[in-house]
Ligand binder design. Structure first.
Ligand SMILES: *Cc1c(COP(=O)(O)O)cnc(C)c1O
Length: 502
């Protein structure tokens, strides 16, 4: 058999041929559109067993090209059954990651161009568009001008960058805060640095602190309670910091959360900001989930005090119709930030960077390479406009109010934490906490195993709490009401079973 020459092989499968690209891309778009059309037919939580996929796919890789039709057939038969359907209107777990047509189209452009805007010259539009949309977002959120890029003759030096995740934003701000302090007290004093948050702060803070070399015993997780809505108490922070300073330690980073992951609590920025200032700590605001809501005037007050913060981040892939991934991070003092993260290897030197008039985003993040995320956000903002974006947030909050009312109207249940946004925390009532945890855990498993909806839980101050997070793009009132009916029915079965046992 003749060995094909490389030229023959190239002719049989072209790798980036415009016509072929068009045909195959259309096929994939049709496939995804069909997926959305039938998304309600699937069990929301995937019912497969661990290892299911290895039993279905060939043991070894293909040697010869396969057709897109054949591959899509496998996606349909083997991949989709193993998906938990985050875009299902019956998805109420974690926090949603809401997709939209504009977000998807933006991602297509990002993937289509496939440029790497690591510095300005490597793709000027990628960098410049990012600075523009970051300023647009800052305007929508009414962030203080100190977080925006300086206009020609302004003296402040703020700005924003798009990361892939909050974890990354937290690590980068921790590094900047760490190096700022260590430049004064000497690197050997890293063992004295302390990080503060609450027991409701996202685990990203603990992980980030570990990554930047803070020992676990220098991580302060201050307790919260139901009585104060699970928010971080300024007096507790003040007392902890004063106590630690008396021991010769150095508080250097405080994380406040707007909309905690567990119960959606809001930490009081104004007071925490003053304390951070007093002790010279970097205040980071993690608004991963609820930041998006603050474009609406009725929610903006949650950001009051943000002017005291050194940085703020939010995940637009959660609640801003921007497909995964897109995390906005704004920093007030970009000089400190960039000096902590910059490198200057010979192979990247260029005249634009040398004259220091441009932004090189490689110095604003961990990795060197980066996606053209800003084009996705630009599409979302332009295709929907501020009006539609606000309406989107408000309609989710309205649905959460509907659900909250349903919970309150059923005396077997109670609302378990104040509802601030579109997350409703609730549980079955019971006399003892032990019994209540067990019953609610059973209820959660029973509800999720119906496949009709998916929700998750948290534990706050020792209490087991069910979370109903509304925000999937396709969710309508009928889905929320139907979900409640399923929850009520499963509760009825559970309570009847229990009564028979007693
Ligand atoms: C979701 C969430 C995070 C984690 O975000 P990643 O982008 O996955 O790192 C952090 N903080 C809060 C409050 C969140 O809700």
């Amino acid at each position: 058999m003749a060995i094909p020459t490389s030229i023959d092989a190239k002719e049989s499968v072209r790798l980036l041929d415009s016509q072929e690209f068009c045909q195959q891309a259309h096929r994939v778009v049709d496939f995804i559109a069909d997926y959305y059309k039938h998304i309600e037919d699937y069990p929301v939580l995937s019912p497969v067993e661990p290892g299911y996929l290895r039993r279905q796919l060939p043991e070894t890789f293909p040697t010869y090209p396969e057709s897109i039709e054949k591959i899509l057939l496998d996606v349909k038969n083997s991949i989709i059954p193993g998906l938990t359907h985050w875009q299902s209107p019956n998805f109420f777990a974690y926090f949603q990651t809401n997709a939209s047509t504009a977000g998807f189209l933006g991602d297509m452009l990002c993937g289509g161009f496939n440029v790497v805007g690591l510095n300005w010259v490597s793709s000027p539009a990628a960098t410049e568009l990012e600075t523009i949309v970051m300023d647009w977002m800052a305007q929508m959120l009414k962030l203080p001008p100190a977080f925006m890029f300086p206009t020609n003759n302004a003296s402040h030096g703020g700005g924003g960058v798009l990361h892939g995740s909050t974890c990354e934003a937290i690590v980068c701000t921790l590094v900047a805060a760490r190096d700022k302090v260590l430049s004064k007290v000497g690197f050997h004093n890293i063992t004295k640095l302390l990080v503060y948050g609450s027991d409701q702060t996202h685990s990203a803070l603990e992980k980030g602190a570990r990554i930047v070399g803070i020992s676990p015993q220098n991580f302060r997780s201050l307790p919260t309670s139901a009585a104060t809505g699970y928010s971080l108490q300024p007096l507790a922070v003040q007392a902890a910091m004063a106590d630690d300073i008396a021991k010769g330690l150095i508080p250097f980073y405080l994380c406040a959360t707007i909309g905690t992951t567990g119960v959606g609590a809001v930490d009081p920025l104004e007071d925490l900001g003053l304390i951070a200032k007093r002790y010279g700590a970097w205040l980071h605001v993690d608004a991963a989930y609820a930041g998006s809501a603050c474009i609406c005037p009725e929610f903006r007050h949650h950001l009051d005090g943000v002017e005291h913060a050194s940085s703020i981040s939010m995940n637009l892939h959660k609640w801003f119709l921007t497909n995964m991934d897109c995390c906005c991070l704004w920093i007030k003092n970009t000089t400190t930030f960039v000096s902590a993260l910059s490198t200057n290897p010979e192979y990247l030197r260029n005249s634009a960077s040398e004259c220091k008039k441009v932004i090189d985003y490689k110095d604003w993040q961990i990795a060197l390479s980066r996606r053209f995320r800003s084009i996705k956000l630009w599409l979302v903002i332009r295709a929907y406009g501020m009006d539609k974006l606000k309406e989107h947030i408000r309609s989710d909050v309205m649905l959460a109010m509907v659900f909250e009312k349903l919970v309150k109207a059923d005396e077997r249940f109670e609302v378990a934490a104040p509802r601030r946004f579109a997350l409703v925390c609730f549980r079955l009532r019971s006399d003892s906490e032990r019994l209540r945890s067990m019953m609610n855990h059973k209820l959660l498993e029973a509800v999720n195993s119906t496949g009709k909806l998916y929700m998750t839980h948290t534990v706050a101050a020792g209490a087991y709490i069910l979370r109903f997070a509304i925000g999937a793009t396709l969710t309508e009132e009928r889905h929320v009401r139907a979900a409640w009916t399923v929850i009520q029915e499963q509760a009825r079965l559970l309570l009847t079973q229990r009564a028979q046992l007693l």
